[in-house]
Design a protein around this ligand. Sequence first.
Ligand code: ADP
Length: 244
Amino acid sequence: MGGRDATMVLLDENGIRCDGRKVDEPRRIMIKAGGLKNADGSAYIEFGDNKILVGVFGPRDVHPKHMSNTDTGILRVRYHMEPFSVGERKNPAPSRREIEISKVIKEALEPAVMLDKFPRTAVDVFIEVLQADGGTRCAALSAASVALADAGIPMRDMVAAIAAGKVADTIVLDVNNEEDQAGQADMPIGYMPNLEKITLLQLDGVLTPEEYKKCVQVGVDGCKIVYDIQKKALQDKYFGNGGD
Ligand code: ADP
């Protein structure tokens, strides 16, 4: 939030947003499963103007060894933005924001991954944001789920993610970068549709209790749209013509 641009029309009189979408319309989403030869599993996502590549490695030995757990496997996630991924060059060193998002995505994936099946091992998830345009944590989380499935890691469900939010006093699906900067609230949600469980919920901004409930509902409905695209990506690779 913040950085409000008073001149921008976020929602016009016909209910159309600054990028031409309706209030309940997500940006264009394209997911491709696989693609990285040296990874055990991988996925590439375009989510509006976000472009993100995810590589999964493991289950494999843990180094340093003292980090391993004799009862369960561990999940490690690194979210990283390329210096060229945003308008002004980003310092390549890990920022506080990247450390936070890595942790948030790890915790959102953990309920989905059956780590207890691989004691003493680690599954590593590397997320490279090539181009960022608001909503990278959700796009990265959705792609990471596909990459884990592509790696053959046993999962209870895939986590699908998208943000809902409040723009011009209206609850909208999939907040873009301009709306995030100038809007009133941004609520990234990660959801496992088969298990009907939320694994990520953050809120930046202020909502009334009614708006909060509506935002969660709009976000969960949006996750179901993302989920269908995730499943299609895996089907295309394993049963269709997109295999590599
Ligand atoms: P998310 O990408 O999950 O929405 P944030 O709300 O923290 O996470 O960031 C919103 C957007 O701000 C990002 O998607 C990106 O487009 C932009 N952004 C983030 N970090 C930087 C940065 N260091 N420089 C320029 N833009 C950035």
